[in-house]
Design a protein around this ligand. Structure first.
Ligand code: ADP
Ligand code: MG
Length: 455
């Protein structure tokens, strides 16, 4: 692609992101490289790059693609020196096989998805919620004899599945460069399979996938319900397991819980080691923030970060590490643009939208579940009709917390407590407020529950 095309793309981007954003964030970008599906731009600062990556990379990629440039990934680097120091792309994982006579072009060039150079074991912060997944990933990354197959990592969005998979690939590339490691998303697997069908190159496809030493497929839930892709995946999977090749799979839930996934695939997926990444806890979130800040500090000497800001973020943004990192990046970008110290006030202003939507995440169901667990009663009793004190009281606690911790109205809360009237909820909330002041055990319970629920 030429700079002319980039010129057209820029026109289109103005329409998409608005003139102001365009002038601030896109105009300064310099296209420095476009090869192998990667478009690299030079940016003035690291913050700038992070910001554009998070907010505009998708727009840019989409526009480049519709202008006819095949771009899988857009990356941003500070000057050329920085680009070399931190290659955001590791070599596409698949190395050409020993030159067998029959190798076809497609055999050699079918690369895996690019690896993000930032996703290494070094940059992965280990805490209670992910220690098992981390240990298992480390083990696979040693490249020793296959002990469990597949390694199946699962967990909610933004908890580090992709990060761990890339880390395995990086590590294997440096420890065991002779191994053919292929990393790709399930979506790409399907895409390539469909392409192979269309081009009548299914045999090549099969051979290629059977010739790898380590196969990593990310977000495998994607192929649920896609019958012929599942079928092909199943065969690939079996062939590799039979040949004692390592497979690493990720998904957003446990194998048994993926709807529309064939039972035989589920059971094969369960044969290896299945580990979940639990939702982050406060300590882990703080650790991740600290690591990120250390990195920023080394880039930007002048930044002043007030005490308590990281703690505040770790406390308030509880679901997704990507959102947490995004918040920090935005905060730093903003502070450095306006030349201000990063204080709690600034954080509250600058991140109001994230903080608000992060609050909304806590559902009444979660509250009911935690409270039921805490008092050792059944979840169904939360919504059921029982009036016994040892059930009614926890139920009122859950009503109270629902009122306190979610933006739901009393009638809405009532509906989620088995269709109770809003006056019943109000009564429950008042009751707890009243008891709290005289019953210190209850007050303690509430404090603990609140902490558990808010992370
Ligand atoms: P998933 O694939 O589970 O949705 P990702 O691996 O893409 O999540 O992680 C989302 C973001 O959070 C990435 O930028 C990743 O580096 C970061 N992240 C997640 N967990 C950790 C961790 N334990 N330490 C450092 N960064 C993390
Ligand atoms: Mg992922």
């Amino acid at each position: 692609m030429t700079n002319e095309t980039w010129g057209q793309v820029r026109e289109e981007l103005i329409k998409r992101v608005g003139k102001n954003n365009y002038t601030t964030w896109i105009e300064p970008l310099k296209l420095s490289h476009l090869k192998n599906g990667v478009a690299r731009f030079e940016v003035p600062t690291i913050f700038f790059g992070d910001w554009v990556q998070r907010n505009y990379a998708d727009h840019i990629r989409t526009q480049l693609t519709s202008a006819g440039a095949l771009v899988d990934r857009v990356e941003f680097a500070v000057g050329t020196a920085a680009a070399e120091a931190r290659p955001a792309i590791a070599a596409a994982a698949l190395k050409p096989a020993a030159k067998a006579a029959r190798t076809r072009a497609s055999d050699e060039e079918l690369p895996g998805a690019p690896l993000d150079a930032r996703f290494t074991f070094d940059s992965f912060v280990v805490g209670k919620p992910n220690e098992l997944a981390h240990a298992a990933a480390r083990r696979v990354a040693e490249g020793g004899p296959v002990t469990f197959n597949p390694l199946f990592l699962y967990g909610g969005v933004g908890l580090g599945k992709t990060h761990l998979m890339h880390a395995i690939a990086h590590e294997l590339q440096s420890r065991r460069p002779e191994l053919r490691v292929l990393y790709l998303s399930a979506e790409q697997f399907m895409y390539r399979f469909v392409q192979a069908l269309r081009d009548r190159q299914v045999m090549d496809f099969k051979e290629l996938f059977r010739s790898v030493d380590v196969l990593m497929v990310d977000d495998v839930q994607f192929i649920a319900g896609k019958d012929s892709t599942q079928e092909e995946f199943f065969h690939t999977f079996n062939a590799l397991v039979d040949a004692n090749k390592q497979i690493v799979i990720s998904a957003d839930r446990a194998p048994g819980e993926i709807k529309d996934l064939e039972d035989r695939i589920k059971s094969r997926l369960q044969c290896g080691l299945v580990v979940d990444l639990h939702p982050t806890d406060y300590e882990l979130r703080l650790g991740i923030l600290q690591q990120k800040v250390d990195f920023y500090r080394s880039q930007y000497k002048g930044l002043v970060l007030a005490d308590g800001v990281l703690e505040f973020l770790a406390h308030r943004i509880t679901t997704n590490v990507r959102v947490l990192e995004g918040a920090l990046t935005r905060l730093f970008a903003f502070a450095s643009l306006v030349g201000r110290e990063i204080t709690l006030d600034l954080a509250q202003d600058c991140l109001a939208d994230i903080l608000r939507s992060s609050d909304r995440k806590l559902s009444i169901e979660e509250i009911q579940r935690k409270v039921a667990e805490h008092y050792n009663i059944r979840l169904s009793d939360m919504i059921g009709p029982k009036r016994l004190r040892n059930i009614a009281r926890p139920r009122q606690v859950a009503m109270y917390l629902s009122k306190q911790l979610t933006p739901r109205s009393l009638p809405e809360i009532g509906r989620r407590f088995g269709g109770r009237d809003h006056t019943t909820i109000m009564h429950g909330v008042r009751k707890i407020e009243e008891l709290m002041t005289i019953d210190s055990q209850l007050a303690d319970d509430l404090q603990l529950l609140r902490r558990l629920l808010q992370g």
